[in-house]
Design a protein around this ligand. Sequence first.
Ligand code: FMN
Length: 338
Amino acid sequence: MSPNLTTRYLGLTLRNPIVASSSPVTGRLDTLRRLGDAGVGAVVLPSLFEEQIERDEMALHDLSLVGHEISPEISGYFDPFTGVEVGPDGYLRRLQAAKEALDVPVIASLNGHRPGGWTHHAELLENAGADAIELNVYFLAADASESGRDVEDRTVDTVASVCARVSVPVAIKIGPWFSSVPNLVRRFGEVGAKGVVLFNRFYQPDVDLETLTVGPRLVLSTSDEVRLALRWVAILHGRVPIDLAAAAGVHTADDVVKLLLVGADVVTMASALLERGPEHVTDVLTELGAWMHEHDYEQIDDLRGALSQRAAPDPGAFERANYLRALTGYAAAYRPPR
Ligand SMILES: Cc1cc2nc3c(=O)[nH]c(=O)nc-3n(C[C@H](O)[C@H](O)[C@H](O)COP(=O)(O)O)c2cc1C
């Protein structure tokens, strides 16, 4: 009998733990349909950005002022309370289309880092049919006058203001550069979040030596990167009251098995699907099922967390002891190149 891959995430039932994360693959109806056909457990749409919402609202405000001078009808047309062409309507339409096209949960994504009027879009996403909302609080703390505590408080306030607006579950996608990830995740749970996505991947800028300019350079992930999420999922599993989604570097069935073993509720994929196409999901699911069968696991819950820090025979493997062992092991084996 083939293993049962059914999984719970954010209170939703997923047919398996593979989630297609925000990327151009989830931004088109044709690839969304292919993901559904390939067997994906859930999809996260590309983000609607705080900046995008605020820019649109500013533009509408300016237009409505102009409208007042010219014609009251024009003003009415752009009045946010009439609900006509307000803000990023295109996003809501795409969300509705995705809901109609798929029979798996569709998670909408908001991307912002401070409380503000933009958070009311969470409600619009819920009303448009989102099964859950992922809030990506992508932020780089580059201001020397702002303390780590200030950044964390603002992040938690943002999470609280989004969670307060909706009744669908909210998951928070964060970067790894917080001084106490466990404390922050616990605080997310206290203000109503149901899950955390570990982690955002930061696209480091690069210098172009020909043009002498600095710009973005998007490089897709590899499986090597999965170990950052692996460590933190292992540490957090069973210690925080919210679900854990592992992100960044998930490419193969081996990656998926490892992350489930350390305690992930779901795993998310973007780069692998961009590179190999939506049908890669089917291959990973087939290999996941085969691995479970070979190791006598009948359902995902039987293996989830078996190697988390709490369950592992060697909890130090996830902390400083691992660092010391890695360095001393390497140094002992090192032979200089000739
Ligand atoms: C081209 C591209 C677009 C992305 N757009 C978004 C986005 O709109 N919102 C978001 O939260 N993450 C976005 N991501 C990040 C992915 O969802 C994912 O978190 C990241 O790529 C790490 O996972 P991976 O190793 O599976 O690629 C994007 C990634 C790529 C490569």
